[in-house]
Write a new protein. Structure first.
Lengths: 246, 265
């Protein structure tokens, strides 16, 4: 069995440092297994958030060798064990302790998005009918597990800390799921432009690259929302047309 | 157990925990786009060797002013400023250039490669201040759809150039049907540009994406087709960029007598 050295961030928001731990790497092992091994035998006070160990709950997000990933879905066999493997908490959020970051800002941002507002029911029994062709597009967005890796990698949050002006890729995916829903009647273009800061996104696609659910965040959610904002605010001919049609 | 003190917050330009060669991709994009820009500017100001037999370089198409016989409106216009060297290309090239500059793919690529905003994912940036596309000047990128309309018109002209490249003048002065390597070069050019422009995000929006209900299968199928090209938009963008420059080089070198255009038919 190969030896692996894990260089793990230990500390809180005030103080901290990386500490090295050696672990025996077994076949099929994932990074979360190694972290549990360290927690069990070398550092019982190591704080780490996890739940399903199956890539479903989105709790075990961290930065492995600088790349935002789910620890439970990162196999040791994909890493170069000849060098120490760094494991850090998500850097775009305030640190609680060790590998646990405070992701509360994402839930606050989510509350600021106008909720689903369906059209009146199609039938007296209070039900609706939707065409499959119309729901296909939003299906992809429902795969999100709220791991917030996309928020973590986004430079607008990570490097510029604009958490109050920019809701971030996860919440654009959420907005897109509502905004493009065939039954929804609400308009979110105004909020996207004015308070949700869609203009800060410079479409560099880092969010799409890290999404463990392979949601095409930038191309299928953010750019289509940007285009809807253009319809509403930046297309002179449309604006003129609206002046005449009211 | 050893302890290494590394500040957790990322501040410095280029600071990252990544081990891979993250700088390779932005560097390649920087070099490729710079090379294209330099060549396109040079070629646009040459004002000669853009026509060979029935072939017209895509940098000079449509030729609005220029050749008194071949161009649409005759020789160099009287209003052309004396200090600016005349070239048929610079009259029209702003439109395809604007289309590419405001393209969603290229925007993301050059913000990384030329502005380091960010240099690569999870890599420290050189500036602390950031406004993104939220205010002037980058807010102007939102006019992309208007450049799309122009690009679709250009596609039509470039397709017409391929048609004209099928007719060669024989020794008696009559037009005869034929296919040369140049015809194929121009045909590939319009195909690649078509794949690029028809996979545009703005087109995807206008053709169906802007609606929550597709209302008909035709609209939905059109949306699916554009989406299909859109999935490989980056690839189309690079292939068409390379090929449009190559098409100009091909016509230029044939016209200069350096390359020979082979007649296939
Ligand atoms: S594409 Fe936009 S939202 Fe995604 S990481 Fe880049 S700036 Fe952030
Ligand atoms: S969009 Fe993807 S990366 Fe972002 S929170 Fe959802 S699953 Fe995670
Ligand atoms: S523990 Fe649930 S996603 Fe990793
Ligand atoms: S988005 Fe690339 S051409 Fe429109």
């Amino acid at each position: 069995m190969a030896q692996a050295t894990f260089r793990i961030w230990r500390g809180d928001s005030q103080n901290g440092s990386f500490q090295d731990y050696n672990v025996e790497s077994a076949p099929g092992m994932v990074v979360l297994d190694a972290v549990h091994d360290i927690q069990g035998s070398q550092a019982p006070d190591l704080a780490v958030r996890w739940n399903c160990k199956a890539g479903r709950c989105g709790s075990c997000s961290a930065e492995i060798n600088g790349n935002p990933k789910l620890m439970c879905m990162t196999r040791m066999s994909t890493l170069d064990l000849s060098q120490p493997i760094t494991v850090e908490p998500m850097r775009a959020f305030p640190l609680v302790r060790d590998l646990v970051a405070h992701v509360g800002s994402n839930y606050r941002a989510k509350k600021s998005i106008r909720p689903f507002k369906p059209r009146p029911p199609d039938f007296p029994d209070g039900t609706w009918r939707m065409h499959q062709r119309d729901v296909d597009r939003v299906q992809e967005f429902r795969k999100c597990i709220e791991c917030f890796l996309c928020q973590d990698v986004c430079h607008v949050l990570r490097n510029h800390g604009l958490h109050e002006q920019f809701i971030g890729p996860r919440l654009f995916v959420y907005s897109a799921a509502l905004e493009m829903h065939p039954l929804d009647t609400e308009s979110r273009a105004g909020a996207l432009k004015h308070s949700h800061g869609i203009g800060f996104c410079n479409i560099t696609k880092c969010c799409t690259k890290v999404c463990p659910e392979e949601i095409t965040i930038t191309d299928n959610a953010i750019i289509p929302l940007k285009e809807r904002v253009v319809d509403e605010y930046y297309d002179p001919i449309r604006r003129l047309f609206r002046v005449f049609t009211g | 157990m050893s302890s290494i003190d590394v500040p957790l917050r990322q501040g410095r330009f280029g600071q990252t925990s990544r081990r891979d060669l993250w700088w390779v991709q932005p560097l390649v994009v920087f070099c490729a786009l710079s090379a294209f820009l330099i060549y396109a500017n040079w070629a646009a100001f040459q004002g000669e060797h853009f026509r060979f037999g029935p072939y017209l370089s895509p940098f000079y198409s449509p030729e609005l002013w220029g050749d008194p016989v071949e161009s649409w409106f005759g020789a160099k216009p009287a209003w052309w400023p004396g200090w600016l060297p005349f070239s048929a290309a610079i009259i029209i090239l702003w439109a395809p250039a604007g289309f590419r500059v405001t393209c969603y793919y290229y925007r993301g690529a050059y913000y990384k490669a030329f502005w380091a905003d960010p240099p690569s994912c999870t890599v420290g940036e050189p500036r602390t201040h950031y406004r993104g596309e939220n205010s002037f000047p980058l807010i102007v990128q939102n006019i992309h759809r208007y450049f799309l309309y122009l690009a679709l018109i250009f596609l039509f002209f470039l397709a017409h150039d391929v048609w004209k490249a099928l007719w060669f003048t024989d020794s008696a002065g009559a037009a005869t049907f034929g296919i040369g390597v140049g015809t194929l070069v121009l045909a590939v050019n319009v195909t690649l540009l078509g794949g690029y422009a028809l996979g545009c995000h703005s087109l995807r929006h206008l053709i169906g994406g802007r609606r929550d209900l597709f209302t008909s299968n035709t609209r939905r199928n059109a949306y699916v087709c554009v989406s299909c090209l859109n999935r490989r938009h980056m690839l189309w963008a690079w292939m068409s960029l390379f090929w449009v420059a190559f098409s100009d080089i091909y016509v230029r070198l044939c016209s200069m007598g350096i390359w020979t255009d082979w007649r296939l038919l």
